[in-house]
Ligand binder design. Structure first.
Ligand SMILES: [Zn+2]
Length: 322
């Protein structure tokens, strides 16, 4: 089981609430309709006997009776359509409007989990996790290009535009990205802005720093059961977008290097996008991680190189000037 028990329970509850609501709404519409059109109910009841009547007549070999039933049936159908069209509703209007038509909000089709259920689980698990991260702090509108020196402002404006477009047009097969450049150049800000925008599209997004991710995976090795707000290998591999911030600031051990590689590799294998931010240069990445990791990163990620001076220092200076 890749997620905590409570994630499954909440998904089940949401589905059954959706189903009940659709069915109650339909019942309400039906009672209102039949109250003002009692003839519709009478006809529908008569029509339910058609099958039995046909079976009886067939057994008796009574062809005249069969023709009579068929004629009566057609007349009833015609009268019923008239009642509906005069009331300005269709028979479909009175059926439950399920959120998922494929499974009627049951979560499975012939015992196989429906996509709506899988997506719901992913979303609940991601929400649990994101409740702990600084997601709400950054968006594209609060990104200020005026902090960048003139000689790199155009380049940063292009990166900003690219990230915004990336988030707005995000799909399951979007590119993976690696954001490089020194500290305080806005990488985390844009990574969070991407996360926020993609979450708004209803996708399952995990934003985590590399140290948090490694620590969680390490802790999992020694624990039993999964907490609700815990990063799991399953979620890291399943989520629609994984953002690993500050790669290279985690404590480097053979476990951490292997974990980072496995997470990234499992996503590449499944064609799922990952956004990585790091203060390390490509040469430093090569020194710190395995060749196969770096070659996968450079082979599969579009690189965005951030330039400028540490914005956090500039912001403080501006604030001091008042
Ligand atoms: Zn479904």
């Amino acid at each position: 089981m890749g997620y905590s028990k409570s994630v499954y329970e909440r998904a089940d509850r949401i589905l059954s609430e959706r189903r009940l609501k659709a069915e109650r709404d339909a019942e309400r519409k039906q009672s209102a309709f039949y109250a003002s059109n009692p003839r519709a109910r009478e006809i529908e009841e008569e029509l339910t006997h058609t099958f039995t009547n046909i079976a009886r007549a067939t057994l008796k070999g009574d062809h005249n009776r069969l023709l009579e039933i068929k004629k009566k049936n057609q007349e009833l159908q015609k009268e019923l359509s008239k009642v509906y069209s005069e009331a300005g509703v269709s028979q479909d209007d009175l059926l439950p409007k399920y959120t998922c038509k494929a499974c009627s909000d049951r979560g499975n089709v012939d015992g196989i989990a429906c996509d709506c259920y899988i997506n719901l689980i992913k979303q609940i698990a991601c929400d649990d996790l994101n409740r702990r991260s600084p997601l709400s702090l950054s968006d594209f509108d609060s990104f200020d290009l005026s902090y960048y020196p003139e000689d790199c402002r155009q380049k940063m404006s292009n990166i900003f535009g690219y990230c915004r477009l990336y988030a707005e047009s995000f799909s399951g097969d979007s590119d993976s990205l690696i954001m490089t450049g020194g500290t305080g150049l806005g990488k985390t800000h844009l990574a969070l802005a991407i996360a926020n925008e993609v979450i708004k599209k209803g996708k399952g997004v995990i934003y985590t720093s590399a140290p948090d991710m490694v620590a969680a995976l390490e802790a999992l090795q020694f624990s039993r059961g999964i907490r609700d707000d815990e990063i799991t290998p399953q979620l890291l591999s399943d989520c629609d977008l994984l953002i690993i911030d500050d790669l290279g600031t985690e404590f480097l051990t053979s476990f951490s290097k292997g974990a980072v590689y496995n997470v990234f590799n499992s996503r590449i294998t499944r064609g799922k996008p990952t956004v990585i931010s790091t203060n390390l240069s490509l040469a430093e990445l090569e020194t710190n991680y395995s060749d196969r990791f770096v070659s996968r990163v450079t082979g599969y990620c579009r690189r965005l190189h951030f330039e400028g001076s540490d914005i956090r220092i500039l912001k403080k200076m501006r604030a001091m000037k008042g």
